[in-house]
Design a binder for this molecule. Structure first.
Ligand SMILES: [Zn+2]
Length: 434
C-alpha cells in the first residue's frame, strides 16, 4: 500500500532540486509543474494516477499537453488513432523529421513518471529552443502515443501500431473492455472512429529518427549511481504454458512412494528454471508468474499443475536457446516425477535490437553532459519497440527509485528528469542540425 505523500508532486520534486541544470533554456520548475498538473488527472486514493487508454482522463491529459504545445507556438494536430503530434518547424521542412515522445495513459493505479516524463522531456526541448532562439535545419516533432499500456483491452501499443500501420484492425475491432464495451464504442466515446484508425498510418520515410525518454522500471541505473542510460535492445516476451499431468489420488490413501504429484514436479521445475537464464546471456530472464493447480483441494494430490512461464531477452537467437533449455528442464522434471508434460506457446513477440549508430548518438550526448555512459537492455515493451522496426530509433532510460513502476510510489528526482532533457536535447540537436 502506497504511503500518501505530503504536498503536490511539484513541491516534492522541487524540494531537493539543485537548480544547477537550469541552463540552455531548460527549466526544472516547468518540468516539475507540468508533471504535477498531469499527476492530478485521474488521481487515485493511494496518490497514484489512473489514466487508462481511451478514457476521459487520457483525453484530458492530452488536451492539457496540447494547450502547452500551442502556448509554445507549435503547430498541433491529432491523427486518426488519437496520437497527438506537435511540430517545431525547421528551416528545411521537407526533409525527414526527427520525432520524440511517449505516452500519457497509465495502468489502473500507476505512477506519475511512466509515460508523462518522455512526453514532457520532448516538449522541454522545444521550450528550450524557443527560449534560446535555436533554429533547427530539419523539423522536430513531438508525439503522444495513444493507449501504450493497454490496461483497457489487454493489448497496448495501440497508437504506435496505428502510426506504423502495424495495427491489425480486424483483431482490434473484436476487443471488449472489462465492462464488455466493444473497442468501437470506447473510441467513439473518445471522439475517434474505429474504422478510420488505420488512417493514422504515417509515411515512415518522412521520419529520420525517433527517440523516447522513459523511466527505467528496474534498478540498473540506481545500482550504478547514474541518472540516465542508453537502451541496447527491447526484450520481447515469449510465453509458454506447461501442463504437468500427474494423478489426482486421495491424499490419505496414497502412499508417498506411489504418487504422481503434479505440483511437486512443477515446483521442482520452477526452482530449476530460475537458474537457466544466466546460462544463456546476462540479459536473459525467465519467470513462472502464474501457477494453476487442479483439482486444487486440500486433501487431493494435485493431478495437474499448469505453469505459465514468461521469458525474455534482447536477441531472438538467445530467446530461442532460452526456451529450448526451459522446455528441456520441464521434460526432465516430468520424467523425474513419473509423469508427462505438455507445453504450448501462447505469445511470442520478437525482441527489437536498437541500431548501434542510434545507441552511439545517445552515448555521445551522455558524454557531452559529462555523465558516465551506461548501456542496458529494456525488459518491458515500449512504443520504441514498434517504431524501431521501421525507423532508426533510440531509447534513453532515466533512473527510477528502487526500480518501482506501475505503482503510485514510482519516483524519479527532478535532477534526473532534467538531465534526461539535456541529453535528449543534445541528441535531437545533432539530428536536426543536418
Ligand atoms: Zn511507459
Amino acid at each position: 500500500m502506497a504511503v500518501l505523500q505530503k504536498g503536490t508532486l511539484k513541491e516534492r520534486l522541487l524540494e531537493n532540486y539543485s537548480g544547477e541544470l537550469d541552463h540552455s533554456g531548460v527549466s526544472g520548475e516547468r518540468v516539475a509543474s507540468r508533471l504535477s498538473l498531469l499527476s492530478e488527472i485521474g488521481a487515485t486514493a493511494d496518490g497514484g494516477s489512473c489514466r487508462i487508454g481511451f478514457s476521459r482522463e487520457e483525453r484530458q491529459a492530452k488536451e492539457l499537453v496540447k494547450s502547452w504545445m500551442r502556448e509554445a507556438g507549435l503547430k498541433v494536430r491529432e491523427d486518426a488513432a488519437g496520437n497527438v503530434i506537435a511540430v517545431f518547424a525547421g528551416s528545411h521542412p521537407n526533409e525527414p523529421v526527427v520525432l520524440s515522445g511517449s505516452h500519457l495513459d497509465s495502468v489502473p493505479n500507476g505512477g506519475h513518471f511512466d509515460g508523462p516524463l518522455g512526453v514532457l522531456c520532448a516538449l522541454e526541448v522545444a521550450e528550450a529552443w524557443k527560449e534560446s532562439g535555436y533554429q533547427p535545419h530539419r523539423s522536430y516533432e513531438m508525439i503522444i502515443f495513444s493507449d501504450e499500456e493497454g490496461a483497457r483491452f489487454n493489448g497496448g501499443l495501440t497508437g504506435s501500431q496505428a502510426f506504423t500501420g502495424e495495427l491489425e484492425l480486424q483483431q482490434q475491432l473484436k476487443l471488449k473492455d472489462g465492462e464488455g464495451k466493444p473497442f468501437e464504442q470506447v473510441v467513439r466515446e473518445y471522439g475517434l472512429a474505429a474504422d478510420r484508425f488505420l488512417d493514422a498510418q504515417r509515411d515512415l520515410t518522412e521520419i529520420a529518427a525517433f527517440i523516447e525518454v522513459h523511466i527505467e522500471q528496474g534498478k540498473v541505473l540506481e545500482n550504478k549511481d547514474v541518472p540516465v542510460g542508453v537502451v541496447t535492445g527491447i526484450a520481447g516476451p515469449k510465453w509458454i504454458k506447461f501442463s504437468f499431468k500427474g494423478s489426482a489420488d486421495h491424499a490419505g490413501n496414497t502412499p508417498m512412494n506411489d504418487r504422481k504429484d503434479a505440483l511437486v514436479a512443477s515446483s521442482w521445475f520452477v526452482y530449476e528454471l530460475s537458474g537457466i537464464p544466466k546460462e544463456v546471456s546476462p540479459t536473459a530472464v525467465a519467470t513462472a508468474g502464474k501457477v494453476e493447480v487442479f483439482p486444487n483441494g486440500i486433501n487431493v494430490i494435485p493431478g495437474q499443475a499448469d505453469v505459465y512461464v514468461d521469458m525474455r531477452d534482447i536477441s531472438e537467437a538467445s530467446v530461442t536457446t532460452l526456451s529450448e533449455k526451459i522446455i528441456q528442464k520441464a521434460q526432465e522434471a516430468a520424467q523425474l516425477h513419473g509423469m508427462a508434460v505438455e507445453y504450448n506457446e501462447t505469445l511470442n513477440v520478437a525482441p527489437v535490437p536498437i541500431q548501434t549508430e542510434m545507441q552511439h548518438l545517445l552515448l555521445r550526448a551522455v558524454e557531452e553532459m559529462k555523465l558516465t555512459p551506461v548501456l542496458l537492455p529494456s525488459g518491458a515493451a515500449h512504443d520504441t519497440m514498434v517504431l524501431a522496426r521501421y525507423v532508426p530509433a533510440a531509447m534513453l532510460f532515466v533512473r527510477s527509485q528502487e526500480g518501482i513502476s506501475h505503482h503510485p510510489d514510482e519516483w524519479t528526482t527532478l535532477d534526473d528528469c532534467v538531465q534526461a532533457v539535456h541529453v535528449l536535447k543534445k541528441a535531437i540537436e545533432s539530428l536536426v542540425s543536418r
